[in-house]
Design a protein around this ligand. Sequence first.
Ligand SMILES: Nc1nc2c(ncn2[C@@H]2O[C@H](COP(=O)(O)OP(=O)(O)OP(=O)(O)O)[C@@H](O)[C@H]2O)c(=O)[nH]1
Ligand SMILES: [Mg+2]
Length: 437
Amino acid sequence: MSPTFRELEPRTETTRLRERLDRLRASMEWASDAIPRDVRAEVRETIGRCDERLSLGVDWTIVALAGGTGSGKSSLFNAITGSDFAVPGVTRPTTSHASSASWSRGSGGLLDWLGVQDEHRFEVPHAPEALAGLVLIDLPDHDSINVANRDVADRIVPLADLLVWVVDPQKYADHALHSAYLQVASVHGQPSLVALNHTDRLSDEDTMAIVQDLQRLLGEDGLVEVPVIPVSARTGRGLDNLRAELAGAVESRTVASEAVRADLVSAGKALARALAKDAEPTMPDPAEIVGSLARLAGIDARAEAAAAVAAGRAHAIPSLEPISLASVERERLDWVDAATDGLPLTWRRVLTDTIATGEELTASLNEELAAIEWPEVTAPSGWRARLSRGLRGGAESKAVAAIGREAVARVVRRSLHDPTLMIHQAYRNLDELTELD
Ligand SMILES: Nc1nc2c(ncn2[C@@H]2O[C@H](COP(=O)(O)OP(=O)(O)OP(=O)(O)O)[C@@H](O)[C@H]2O)c(=O)[nH]1
Ligand SMILES: [Mg+2]
């Protein structure tokens, strides 16, 4: 491998779409129960397909050299790559396999997928920045008498980001035979161009006349967007123009990226439809439930008792009784009501499945409260102390209430608030998942 061979970095589009796929997957997992089975299956399948395509990377620009036998595809491949890697020949058809040239490192997975064999992969040394990520494919002839050749070409052509149709001037009138390929490309929005090769064997006038005639033929087929570029693989004529077209293709978003994008958006829409996005979720006020649970747990009573002891009105603070499951359940249901207010009913189930159960919540509260080390409260003695009893009682009571509430608040945050936040985010994400720019 040449030390000048370029790394394709950064692979921005692949990374970006992968993040988006992760969000789709997360929404899918969180809301799984609420999604009808058929939609779930459809979205799962889409996720799988995108995953597979993204693992190959969607930043690669695939350019295919296609056309009839002897038009000079292999010769052009060599001229563009500055190599003699492809084998042009006089016996027809010459090429029976696809060869590739990569301008960046790391295209192995993609080439496996395209079916280009190891020995037919070429890495372009001294690759210019403008062509980073380019993969050029030399195909067997399209109108081959050899069916296997045609299959290779037919399979790869639709995957190309740019189809370069190589034409021999002596056979250009056969164009009608081939325009079907260009037409299919055009219907799929796949950019294509015609490279009129062998122009070294033509006078300039003849070249111009044939270019115009080809352009006219393309126009008659409705292919007005397809440019005709005169080139010569032998002399290098027109190769700069061809390279500029390749650089243009590298700049544009790839077919693979467009396909993944379309998949992501349609799956996002299917999810959003299934989950009926039409409301803005609101987070219940945690202070409210913390207050209620603290009261139910006896924190308030304990705080009052602490005040009484500090004021000398009582001698001991009774220890906390465990909080009851029934009262915790009631508070939890109030939380669920508030957190799913206005949301489709299915989201109530998603939320109840995600936050802690009544039993878990009760156990966490009791554990957390049992672990508290309460401050020691003693009755004052002496006349100075007696004078400040009222003040001391207030301070002791506040300290006890604060410690208790903090413990309850920790449990509420962990068991209710954070999971609810996650579900609300998943719900909001649905909206974002229906668009991609
Ligand atoms: N004069 C001239 N000859 C060319 C040019 N391009 C290719 N040739 C010759 O045309 C013949 C066929 O070229 P190839 O590159 O093998 O054509 P191909 O399209 O790869 O053919 P298949 O692999 O059979 O499909 C070879 O003898 C080349 O040397 C050109 O621009 N000018
Ligand atoms: Mg060839």
